[in-house]
Structures are given as C-alpha cells and as structure tokens.
Design a protein around this ligand. Structure first.
Ligand SMILES: Cc1ncc(COP(=O)(O)O)c(C=O)c1O
Length: 376
C-alpha cells in the first residue's frame, strides 16, 4: 500500500480516548465534584450509595458494594466466599493478572485452564480441571463478552463450586438476557479509567444477589466495621471514594449508548478489515458484546505492533503472557505448551484502538496503517 502524506501527518489514534469521554460529562462531573469538596464528604458521601443503587439497577443485581479497585473486589468476594488456604479456584489461562492475583492474595491456589479460540473459558476444560480441592471458578468476561455461562454453571453445580464472575471488562454485556455480574454467586468489577465504565482513578465493586455475602463484603471493605470504631472482623480499607462515585454516576447514564457506539465501531472494523491475514474477533452467539477491546489476530504480530506504534496507532496487547506462564503466578505446576489455545492467542493477538467516540476516519487510518504493516 502506498503511504500518502495525509496519513503520515494525521494525528495519532490512541487505544482509548479518555479526553473525549470526559468532554461528554465534564460539566456534570465538575459540578458534582465541587459539591463533594464543599461538603468535604470525601469518604462515604451520599453519592456512593446513590451510585451503588443506580449500578445495581443497571446490572439487575440486588447488591453492589463499591470498593477501591477491581482486584480488591475479587479478593473481598473470595474471602467472603470463605476461601481456605490451599483451596483451588479455576481461572482461564488468559486474563489480566488480577484474576489470579486475587486468588493468591486470598490464600487460594489458582488452577489455570485453556480457553476457546474466542479467548473465553471452556466449560469442558473447567470440568476436566476439577479436583477434590476445587471450591470455585472465576469465569472472565474477557474483551467485553461472556463465556458459556450455562455450561460453566452446570459444571459448577455438579461439583458444588461457587462461580465468581470477573466482570471487569464487561459493563453492560449480557448473555441470553442475563447481564454480566448478575449470573454467578458473586462478581467483581473494575472501574479503572479505561474500562467501559471508567472512574477518574481506581475504583471497583462487588456484586451479588446474596444479602449475607453483600453484608460481609461491605464489612470487609471497611475494616470489618459497620459502626465507626466497632470492628466485628478484620478487614481492610477498600472503599469507593465519593468523588469517584460522582464520576461513575455521570458516566453510567451514558453507558448503554456508549456501548452501542462501541458495537457500531466494531462492526465498522469488521467491514474495513479486508486483509486475508487478519483474523477478526466475533460475537459468540447468544452474547450482547460490549467491545471493551477489539482484538484481532495477525501473523508476525510483534513486528506489526511495532510498526503501528511507530506510526502513531495506539495498538496494544491484552495480554502478551498467559497466566500459567507468568512467573509471579505459576509456580512449577504449569509449563509452556500446556494450553495451546491460550498460548497461540498470546502470540498473535493485537488490540486495535476502539472507544465510543472513535471516528470513521480514525478507524480507516488504523486499517490503512495495519495494511502497510502486514505488507512488511
Ligand atoms: C479482567 C480483569 N480483572 C481484574 C481487573 C482488576 O481491576 P483493577 O485494575 O481495578 O484492580 C482488571 C483490570 O484492570 C481486568 O481487566
């Protein structure tokens, strides 16, 4: 492909455009934050409970407990699910480190399983990995869509396992009418700034329909205390900041529409990406995909990534090393070659810029430069 001066000189295309996202809520956020500051309601202001109620309604779940980040959300959920030292929890081999890190931090043992070519947990691999020590499973709604939750729940109920959804990448996703975060025994989600529902710093939440679990999670996130300075159990300090709740409530109102724009952008990539070497991501039948990430597969991926980045395209890798090969996580129980699908994905995946405000011209530029890269 011939490189013309227009594309060489064009502005870079970021992976995610947080400035564009802020512009859509700037006024409401500024007003809300000024109000919190005026009241100095930094911890446990009324905006926290308001956001929790609004998000519970959005997801269709009984209880939302705002916490400091998504990793804490998963750890707190695991702890209130009564994980004991040495208990095994099955997780997919490719995810962000936090999925397995939370298990280890809570005293458990993460056991990895291979995934489907869509990078989602495979219920038959889950079934095969269950041992007498297995107590739970963490399906991850990776890139914005849910794994086969019916299949996963069938295995879980056969073996009496809890199902803790990692819904960090799937705010607004659904499967056959059930939304991400409402299906399992509990869920953890992250409102890290780049997520579909992103705060202006770290934030997360535990979700559950179980009142008892919700109560215990809320205690645990606040030093084991319901009444100030009366501590019923040991916990830790992991609360959702009032200022972050202001941001999240403002953005939540536009989330469904933002997800629709993401779907339109994903469809446009589908039309534009004609190079036979590019393997497109797909929406698994039955899923409402929210395209947290648009992840293609390409040959010679590292060279293609370098080319894109040099030309101002914010392509990235989610994730370059599967969990079972990550030194901090794996111990000596896992080895290269064990999970061929996950390892094949790690070697070929490439996340292209995608965000609700991305323009057709930006996507065309990404595809043009990708075409150049693929031609070498
Ligand atoms: C799949 C997944 N799980 C867990 C997390 C952890 O969330 P946080 O960064 O808010 O701790 C993230 C995001 O960062 C994630 O993508």
């Amino acid at each position: 492909m011939v490189t013309n001066t227009t594309s060489t000189d064009a502005a870079p295309v970021p992976l995610v455009d947080l400035k564009a996202a802020h512009a859509e809520v700037a006024e409401e956020v500024s007003r809300g934050i000024a109000d919190v500051i005026a009241r100095t309601a930094f911890i446990d202001g009324s905006e926290v409970a308001q956001f929790e109620a609004a998000y519970a309604q959005f997801v269709g779940v009984e209880h939302v407990i705002g916490v400091a980040n998504g990793t804490d959300a998963l750890e707190i959920a695991l702890r209130v699910l009564d994980l004991h030292p040495g208990d095994e929890v099955i997780v997919p081999a490719n995810s962000f480190i936090a999925t397995a890190e939370a298990v280890l931090r809570a005293g458990g043992v993460p056991v990895y399983v291979d995934v489907t070519p869509d990078a989602l947990m495979d219920p038959s691999a889950l079934d095969a990995a269950v041992t007498a020590r297995t107590v739970g499973v963490i399906p991850v709604h990776l890139y914005g869509q849910m794994p086969d939750m019916d299949g996963i729940q069938a295995v879980a109920s056969r073996h009496a396992l809890f199902v803790l959804e990692d819904a960090a990448q799937a705010q607004g996703a659904a499967q056959r009418g059930r939304s991400a975060g409402s299906v399992g025994t509990a869920a953890g989600t992250s409102f890290y700034p780049g997520k579909n529902l992103g705060a202006y710093g770290d934030a997360g939440a535990v979700l559950t329909n179980d009142a008892q679990l919700a109560h215990r999670a809320r205690l645990m996130a606040n030093h084991g205390s319901e009444v100030r300075y009366l501590h019923q159990t040991l916990g830790f300090n992991s609360r959702l900041d009032t200022i972050q709740a202001v941001v999240l409530s403002a953005k939540l109102r536009g989330l469904a529409e933002a997800n629709t724009r993401r779907r339109a952008a994903a469809a446009r990539y589908g039309d534009l990406l004609a190079a036979p070497a590019v393997m497109h991501p797909r929406t698994v039948p039955g899923n409402q995909h929210v395209w947290h990430l648009y992840v293609i597969r390409v040959p010679d991926r590292d060279r293609v990534l370098t080319h894109l980045n040099k030309r101002g395209i914010g392509a990235a890798l989610h994730y370059p090393v599967p969990l079972h090969l990550t030194p901090a996580l794996a111990g000596d129980r896992f080895r290269p070659g064990q999970f061929p699908v996950a390892e094949g994905l790690a070697a070929t995946i490439l996340s292209l810029p995608l965000f609700p405000q991305i323009s057709a011209a930006q996507q065309e530029r990404v595809v043009e430069i990708l075409g150049d890269a693929l031609e070498g």
